[in-house]
Design a protein around this ligand. Structure first.
Ligand SMILES: [Fe+2]
Length: 476
């Protein structure tokens, strides 16, 4: 599957793995083309930005220290601001130290301290994966349950969002869902112990007390970066990348290196009723790995559809360790897959959706289409010859049609769909993506017409912005 990059290949995309250590604020970026006048909010993204700490380089892309980038839109002009999130991990980095275990980067310390770190709050708080709105508050997140609140205008760090409940947890996802009826955030945590468990919960707006939806004991928890939510169900896809929590406590290895790929276990889709919390079943299918779910919905009563971006195995995690100047390898091959679960029959089948090959970082018109049958998914993608993500992809999931945007020497990030107010068509809006122009040595904010997938405008940032994962468009 994934092939290692040789030193003789182009190094252009590697600029996206170079640290950015300055914080800047620019009132007006140079804009070419025209942005729609209705675009008046801000695109805020979080990205790993600092890869050197003291005399060390972090081991993995997922361990770069988190920075916020904000593109603000007013009357066709674009402002730009970047700030580090002042997490504990950032403050330690300022002192040249890594004090807490990251995804694949270990601090230097004794075995005793390592054991303490795993079963007490010793994980990193570096919130470099995603952000979300919780009621009126905004948080940046990683996969440890220490969300960091920030001001979406100034990008000031406001402190941890502390929970008032006693729910124990060690890991979570940075991909909470939003329950649009209740305006609740929905997520899951895993608690590691002699008897570990997954806990699915909802966080009501304005509250810091999580409401437990469902619990499930598990001996060897799976690494799950995201999960699915349909109108009636929550779906945990347990890939066979499993951890033995007791062994982890003693291993002294960085977090993800405690997880073992065990394809003989297959993948189990655990389905829970959102209202009652009842476990609707464990639906077993062939082994695969996935970071991102795309959507889930009930096609008819008893038939649950789960769309996600699948890898044959978890080797992509290894490919994203960092060498001196870039990732060890490439992203390999992926497929947009549709798993269809017969809830009463106890079976699951799957198909690869046409047009959905070699894509990642999926987005949909989440506000209107998540939990519902839908027409379009947007991705960052690549081709067989690509050294990195080098195109944006729109897939018509019903028709199998694929549209692409690319530009020579350019490496785009996650495409975020922004609906045009009053436009009822599912792709009536724009796609925003932060793109690295390697030759220019800078990044730009790209706007595409989501319908035609044609370029509308670019706003040039003053410097390169390291490749990041996720962000949100915040309406003004
Ligand atoms: Fe993600």
């Amino acid at each position: 599957m994934a092939t290692a990059l040789s030193q003789t290949q182009s190094t252009d995309h590697r600029l996206g793995f170079k640290s950015l250590d300055e914080e800047v604020a620019v009132d007006r970026l140079p804009v070419s083309g025209a942005l729609p006048a209705w675009l008046t909010g801000a695109l805020v993204r979080v990205t790993p930005a600092l890869f050197e700490i003291g005399d060390r380089r972090v081991a993995h892309w997922f361990d770069g220290v988190a920075m916020l980038n904000r593109f603000g839109f007013t009357d066709g002009s674009v402002s730009y601001k970047s700030r580090f999130l002042e997490s504990r991990a950032y403050r330690d980095a300022q002192e040249g130290r890594i004090r807490h275990a990251g995804f694949a980067t270990d601090p230097c310390r004794s075995i005793f301290k390592r054991v303490q770190a795993i079963f007490s709050p010793g994980f990193t708080d570096n919130p470099n994966v995603n952000l979300a709105r919780v009621g009126e508050r905004y948080i940046a997140m990683t996969e440890t349950p220490l969300p960091v609140e920030f001001d979406p205008e100034t990008l000031d760090t406001l402190g941890y969002l502390e929970f008032a409940d006693s729910l124990k947890s060690h890991v979570t996802t940075a991909h909470p869902h939003h329950d649009r009826e209740r305006d609740e955030l929905v997520n899951y945590v895993a608690h590691f112990s002699k008897t570990s468990e997954y806990v699915l919960y909802a966080l009501p707006p304005g509250s810091t007390e999580r409401r437990v939806i469902a619990r499930m004991p598990v001996r060897e928890p799976a690494y799950m970066h995201a999960f699915g939510m349909s109108g009636r169900h929550l779906i945990l896809a347990e890939y066979p990348l499993r951890v033995n929590p007791l062994k982890m406590a003693l291993s002294g290895k960085p977090f993800i290196e405690n997880y073992v790929w065990r394809p003989e276990l297959g993948t189990k889709l655990q389905v829970f009723d959102r209202e009652t919390g009842a476990h609707r079943g464990s639906f077993e299918t062939d082994a695969f790995f996935c970071f991102h779910h795309v959507n889930a919905f009930e096609r008819e009563p008893g038939e649950l559809v789960v769309d996600l971006v699948a890898y044959d195995d978890a080797s992509v995690i290894d490919q994203l360790y960092l060498n001196e100047d870039g990732p060890r390898g490439t992203l390999g091959r992926t497929e947009l897959r549709r798993y269809t679960i017969d809830l009463d029959g106890g079976t699951v089948t799957w198909e690869a959706l046409p047009g959905g090959h070699d894509v990642e970082l999926p987005r949909i018109d989440y506000g209107r289409r998540n939990t519902r049958d839908y027409g379009y998914a947007y991705f960052a993608g690549w081709g067989e010859e690509s050294d990195w993500i080098d195109r944006l992809v729109k897939v018509d999931v019903r028709e199998g049609a694929r549209s692409e945007w690319s530009s020579p020497g350019c490496y785009p990030g996650e495409p975020i769909f922004v609906r045009e107010p009053g436009n009822d068509s599912e792709d009536g809006g724009v796609i925003l993506s932060v793109v690295l122009d390697a030759a220019a040595g800078r990044s730009f904010l790209l706007a595409l017409d989501a319908g035609s997938f044609e370029e509308l405008a670019r706003a040039e940032a003053p410097h390169h912005i390291p490749f990041g994962f996720h962000g949100e468009y915040l309406r003004s």
